[in-house]
Design a protein around this ligand. Structure first.
Ligand code: FES
Length: 115
């Protein structure tokens, strides 16, 4: 377990901080360890993923908070262009059938928390 990974119940952001559809990245540090994750909003749903592509293990986003395609219908890996549904399933080469690693989050009273 990465010691930099936040415990359950840590507030990440407000729902209103997220466009719909939209995404936002988070980084946590503990000494020399880093945990990077991001959340994706689709309507009232928010999904969280570890920021690591199943293809080569690279971070997905090339820019802060920019994890989605221009139309907001897919998660894009900037490494080699792999596309994932907002539910984290790979749908294009080189990630067809692969899954992003879930980072459970929950929404309470308009705010997004780690779960
Ligand atoms: S590292 Fe993501 S597609 Fe290659």
């Amino acid at each position: 377990m990465n010691p930099a990974r936040p415990a359950a119940g840590v507030k990440l952001c407000a729902m209103s901080d997220l466009e719909d559809p939209g995404s936002k990245g988070f980084r946590f540090r503990a000494d020399t360890r880093l945990f990077a994750g991001f959340v994706v909003r689709r309507g009232d749903e928010v999904m969280g993923y570890i920021d690591q592509c199943p293809h080569a293990g690279w971070p997905l986003g090339a820019l802060d908070d920019r994890y989605l395609t221009r139309g907001g219908d897919h998660i894009l890996c900037a490494g080699h262009g792999g596309l994932f549904t907002l539910d984290g399933l790979g749908v294009s080469t080189p990630c067809v059938g692969d899954r992003l690693i879930s980072w459970p989050v929950t929404v309470r009273a308009g705010d997004v928390f780690t779960a």
